[in-house]
Design a protein around this ligand. Structure first.
Ligand code: NAG
Ligand code: NAG
Ligand code: NAG
Ligand code: NAG
Ligand code: NAG
Ligand code: NAG
Ligand code: NAG
Ligand code: NAG
Length: 333
């Protein structure tokens, strides 16, 4: 052995060691050739799978039923040169994918309880000015609202102006004229209001009046986009009750809740209004309303709630003309 070859007791040179290690590794890898092929192919297989998935999804989303409906407005032989798409060209499956350029406008609604749950006189409420429980038999119970504030005579004027005594509708512009009245619905709110559930729930729409006449239920044709349907309108008498303090209002609202009384009865009051220190110059009001349908539990997505401020805002502001409107909510139930 010459030239720096391995003598018996000498350590092997770096190159010999590297060489040996390489051969050993190569042999080892040769034995595990399947594992190596799998290792190398894994990313490719993954990419191919993703590609296939992408193609599949693209194809699904490209299907006519997942796209807004269109018609051809200009053709050249077989080819379509110009398309027009929209709700009016779509079927039921396609409508959801259409852009909404002019969302419909809806009149505001109060969240009113079903007639059999509206507040009536009971043992667990200390006041006797609630309606007679017999009204539950024929669904004629009024909708009760509570009012309080520092100046009762002003409060009576303000609350009196909130409830109309006549109902008017203009047949040429039904939606707009509905909004000039005070409406209520027992329908559940949703996460969006693109289609107002009050018009799509088969429940009657209530119009609030200080007193209901004899023939107070009727049907009107309502035009929504391109379709027309009949909608039942029913009168609901609104009962305004004055309380001397906000704690009385709070107490009664709470007792109307099924778990707020020992009889486990539902005795719903639509809303409570505290006019606080409002006078000719200041308009300061606090509103209680039922936010159950908002689903603000921390688990569900927060839905919409019908806020009685929207319904009456303009009516109260018409009364207190030069006022700094400062409506705020104190709490929900
Ligand atoms: C409903 O019942 C009450 C009490 O019995 C009665 O005064 C009222 O006239 C009835 N209303 C209708 C619409 O039948
Ligand atoms: C209560 O309001 C009425 C009507 O706005 C007003 O005439 C009266 O002075 C007010 N009373 C008090 C104590 O502020
Ligand atoms: C009804 O509405 C139309 C269009 O907004 C208007 O021209 C007409 O004067 C209204 N009719 C009444 C009675 O208000
Ligand atoms: C609110 O929650 C209830 C019960 O969890 C559920 O049935 C309802 O669909 C929810 N509403 C919305 C608009 O998500
Ligand atoms: C109530 O309305 C119906 C149908 O619109 C009518 O036939 C009936 O005469 C009305 N009744 C009263 C008391 O106005
Ligand atoms: C409010 O207070 C007045 C005067 O103290 C009293 O006459 C009236 O009965 C009270 N009203 C209610 C609903 O408690
Ligand atoms: C609020 O509304 C829900 C749903 O209608 C009802 O179950 C509940 O009793 C109401 N709460 C009160 C305090 O009226
Ligand atoms: C409105 O009422 C609240 C609660 O009583 C009070 O804290 C606030 O100062 C009032 N605002 C005005 C402008 O008077």
């Amino acid at each position: 052995m010459t030239n720096g070859g391995n003598r018996h007791n000498e350590p092997a040179s770096f190159w010999t060691q590297a060489n040996a290690l390489l051969r050993k590794n190569l042999t080892f890898q040769k034995r595990n050739v399947k594992t190596n092929v799998r290792l190398i192919l894994f990313p490719f297989v993954l990419c191919i799978l993703l590609l296939l998935l992408q193609n599949l999804l693209n194809k699904q989303f490209d299907k006519a039923k997942n796209k807004c409906g269109c018609i051809c407005t200009k053709t050249q032989g077989e080819q379509c040169l110009e398309k027009k798409c929209g709700v009016q060209y779509s079927d039921f499956d396609q409508v959801g994918a259409c852009p909404i350029t002019n969302p419909p406008e809806w009149p505001p609604f109060l969240q009113t309880p079903d007639p059999q749950y509206r507040a009536v006189r009971t043992d667990f409420l200390p006041f006797s000015d609630f309606p007679n429980p017999l009204c539950r038999n024929n669904g004629s119970c009024p909708i009760t609202m509570l009012f309080t504030g520092t100046n009762q005579s002003l409060g009576e004027v303000l609350s009196g102006n909130m409830i109309p005594s006549t109902f008017g509708i203009n047949n040429t512009d039904v939606m707009d004229s509905l909004a000039t009245n005070v409406l209520g619905s027992a329908s559940k709110t949703e996460n969006t209001n693109f289609l107002e559930p009050a018009f799509f729930s088969d429940l009657p729409i209530y119009y609030l009046q200080s007193q209901c006449g004899k023939n107070s239920t009727f049907s009107i044709p309502i035009q929504i986009s391109t379709t027309s349907r009949q909608q039942e309108l029913r009168c609901a008498q609104a009962l305004r009750l004055w309380r001397n303090s906000s704690s009385e209002v709070n107490n009664e609202l709470y007792k109307g809740y099924r778990k707020g009384n020992t009889a486990r009865k539902i005795n719903e009051i639509v809303a409570g209004y505290d006019f606080l220190n409002s006078n000719e110059n200041i308009f300061n009001v606090s509103i209680w309303y039922n936010a159950t349908y908002k689903n603000d539990t921390g688990f569900d997505p927060i839905a919409l709630a019908r806020d009685p401020k929207c319904e009456f805002g303009h009516k109260i502001e018409d009364t207190v003309s030069s006022s700094a409107a400062q409506a705020h909510r104190v709490g929900h139930l």
